[in-house]
Design a protein around this ligand. Structure first.
Ligand code: EPU
Length: 418
């Protein structure tokens, strides 16, 4: 298994290109199931999760080409096997995104129920509730969700909490339903909006994506499309903190500053200087950051996917910071690892109190999930001495060549075989 070895204390500087968004690419690829015609997705990130959903789609009979390059081509002329097996779903929960498109296109689906997760229980009850509201019958059989419907029928669906992949699943299902669907309290994430853009390019009639009310007028069939995936706002935010935590000066290229507003506001409050261009963001660390309080929220609030990275910055900030995780129940697995680097953090329920220290000291640590891995890299970049991160396979699921991008900015980081 690979490890990352980081010798901390170097200021980062230069330019880094932000890759296409993982959490946009996955639903966009699943949308290929909705049409017989080809889809072409540009600006695709080279990630393990993208390969996993590619494997899943191929398993169902979809032609998939170009993973590992910036252009992925997909064509679901026929769907031979409308099934997402446990082996694939257990490695990537986003596999559940095939459920809505399968029921809508071919009237049935068999999708393994995702099991537990390192960041919380993460049920999919709202995905299932929504499909039932659209007329599907759902049953659980030997760990699999089995869904069936002759043709889905539009309905009003009110989510009792905002769910990103739940909104995406139902938006895709409703695109081919008969009549109009209204999703209320829908997720407003840019990735939801990106999916709506693709669906509309395929001939769907989706209005209001990016707001809490999405109206979908169902159409009988969808065509092909060419679509450019939005930049990854979480990767961009992670590099912004890399600049801040090392007192560096980094320009993020090909990003969307309008998707980064909550992160930017917190960084500015912490004393980090930001300069937004049309599709770039310059981040300049000015001495030690000030402690700020953070509460995670659905978009446009501060993203839970940036909580661990922000905590890394707060471990070396001046003062005491209160970080509240309000989206997931158990997303503080990185805290015990940060303690090994000398951080001062106390957890009570979903709140972490971080007393900033003048410095961290490198140590061996273990990554527990994707964003926790990113947090440990950031802490390692700031720490004195050497930090060795193991279990970095999580990282390859969601960050494209992160150590190469950091090396190009002047970090001393290398991937080694354990
Ligand atoms: N929830 C339910 N029932 C449901 C669905 C969600 O109770 O049926 C709860 C969840 O347990 C959680 C909250 O609702 O407490 C929000 O979860 P959501 O459904 O929005 O999360 P998700 O769609 O499973 C996506 C991202 C995650 C990101 C979250 C929150 C993808 C593929 N994944 O997950 O990304 O953390 O939204 O923004 O889009 C990551 O990239 O590292 C990652 C975990």
């Amino acid at each position: 298994m690979d490890q990352l070895v980081i010798r901390g204390g170097r200021q980062l500087s230069g330019e880094v290109r932000v890759s296409g968004a993982k959490n946009a690419a996955l639903p966009l690829m699943a949308a290929a199931l909705l049409s017989e015609e080809p889809l072409e997705l540009d600006n695709a990130p080279r990630l393990v999760d993208v390969r996993t959903i590619g494997r899943l789609l191929r398993h169902m009979g979809v032609e998939v080409a170009g993973e590992g390059t910036p252009t992925i081509r997909l064509r679901a002329s026929t769907v031979r096997r409308p099934e997402a097996p446990y082996d694939l779903v257990k490695t990537m929960r986003a596999s559940v995104l095939v459920l809505g498109p399968l029921v809508a296109r071919i009237g049935r689906a068999r999708v393994s129920l995702p099991g537990g997760c390192a960041i919380g229980p993460r049920p999919i009850n709202l995905h299932l509730m929504g499909l039932e509201r659209l007329g599907a019958t759902i049953r659980l059989n030997q760990g699999y969700v089995e869904a069936e419907a002759a043709r889905l029928k539009g309905a009003r669906i009110a989510f009792d909490l905002q769910t990103v992949t739940g909104t995406e699943n139902l938006m895709m299902a409703a695109a081919l339903a008969e009549g109009t669907t209204i999703l209320e309290n829908a997720a407003c994430e840019p990735e939801v909006e990106d999916l709506a853009r693709l669906l509309n390019a395929m001939g769907a009639k989706v209005e209001g994506a990016g707001t809490p009310t999405i109206v979908i007028h169902g159409v009988p069939s969808l065509g092909g499309a060419v679509h450019r995936i939005i930049p990854d706002r979480i990767e961009a935010g992670t590099f912004a903190i890399a600049a801040a935590i090392t007192g560096g000066d980094v320009v993020l290229r090909e990003c969307r500053p309008d998707h980064l507003e909550a992160i930017a506001a917190k960084l500015e409050e912490a004393g980090v200087r930001l300069q937004a261009g049309q599709d770039s963001l310059r981040v300049t660390g000015a001495g030690r950051a000030r402690a700020v309080n953070v509460r995670t929220q659905p978009f446009p609030g501060f993203a839970t996917d940036m909580q661990a990275q922000m905590m890394a910055l707060m471990t070396v900030a001046d003062g005491r910071s209160v970080i509240t995780e309000a989206v997931f129940e158990n997303r503080f697995m990185h805290v015990n690892e940060l303690l090994r680097l000398g951080a001062d953090i106390t957890i009570a329920g979903n709140t972490a109190v971080v007393q900033g220290m003048p410095a961290l000291l490198g140590a061996p640590v273990m990554a527990t999930d994707l964003r926790a891995s990113a947090c440990l890299i950031l802490a390692g970049l700031a720490a004195q001495g050497t930090t060795v991160i193991s279990r970095i396979y999580h990282l390859d699921r969601g960050y494209e060549v992160i150590e190469r991008k950091l090396t190009a900015l002047g970090a001393d980081i290398e991937r080694v075989r354990a």
